[in-house]
Design a protein around this ligand. Sequence first.
Ligand code: EPZ
Length: 421
Amino acid sequence: MAKFIIEGKQKLSGEIEVYGAKNAAIKMIAGACLFSGKTVLENVPDILDIQKIITILEFFGVRFLRNGHTLEIDTSNMTLGDPDPKLVGEIRASIVLVGPLLSRFGKVKIPHPGGCMIGSRPIDLHIKAFKDLSVKVIENNKFYQFEAPVNLSENKTSQVNFKKISVTGTENILLYASNLENQDTIITNAAIEPEVIDLIKFLKTAGAEIAVSKREISIKGKKNLSPVRYRVMPDRIEAGTFAILAAATKSDLKILNLVPNHLESLLDKFKIMGIQFEINDNSLYIKTSPDFQAISINTGEYPDFPTDLQPPMGILLTQAQGRSMIKENIFDHRLEYLKQLEKMGAKIDLIDTKQAEITGPAKLSGIKLDSLDLRAGATLLIAGLVASGTTEINNAENIDRGYEKIEDRLKRIGAKIKRVL
Ligand code: EPZ
């Protein structure tokens, strides 16, 4: 287990680049399995979660060649494999292999997918959605088996309605239904996160016919989708994490290679708080704002405030003037990191598992902590940079899941951080 050691209170400045979106790239790697041949993805971050999905797919005979941020995926010799259940259990995104593998092989058996420990993470919405498309699903306590229907009547239209919006649920059905010849599928109450829209663009480049209108996605299934070359969108959560890092450490920082529209809900909050920023095409300049005001955060599905930026926002609110509120509406247990900030000196009132009040500004002091999950880990990194003294963060691997070589990038803007193995 690696750890990060941070000396806080350094002045940060300069430029930091945002890499490709984890939660888009993983789904496109899965999408490449829909067709036989070589797909090339550009702007793929070199992070643990991507390495894990690659290792899982190697069990299926998929071959990968990485050159920097360009990833070639060769599915020519793909067969139905039997992935290591432990590995599948480590990443939630392994669930999106079901759609492409089912489409390509007619059946797939997969162990229960895992991911960050941020609340119960069932897959009932995925199962119900596949059943709506006449897929047979057999469950036991170790794995799920999905079997595609053999004789589908021509030109059928099926409807999948999500009773609760699910990002990977929507993506799984998109991946499966795009490749169903002569079958039309309409998804209602669909997720429209930018990563879902980027996956749709990827599939359309491969020849799929997909239309989006508000929360309804219509798919005209076709065979003969073909391998493509595609550039993954910038990671909006990484961009937001860096913007919050700049504001929390009261730094002047230019964040490069992002899509400003994707950060609208965060920047709206910055405006109200009095955090100064400037947008230029695909960069965001956060200016030193000595004082900023408390605010309420309510997480929700896009375009509302993203749950993945809620923990980084939590550390920012410890430095705001007055009483802030956080309400987490997506996951049941995503406020645990607040207990750690409290140990550093933050003034937190944890009302229940989904709501908290934060009073600022608080003086934070460095201590030894464990990174609980990916975004909570990134939050502790920011906390360590805000705090006085030394902060030690165990389980650096949780942060490596989603942020590539984070210590090198932070060092380049003036942070004092080292990784200890
Ligand atoms: C995706 O998770 C992301 N992961 C998460 O990113 C992100 O936090 C989340 O969407 C919300 O934006 C990937 O894309 C790999 P959901 P996903 O299905 O798809 C409940 C990160 O830090 N639900 O949209 O798993 C669920 O419990 C992360 O990068 C069911 O009840 O999230 C939650 O309350 C972590 N049954 C809500 O729906 C199901 O079958 C939304 O979850 C599925 C989900």
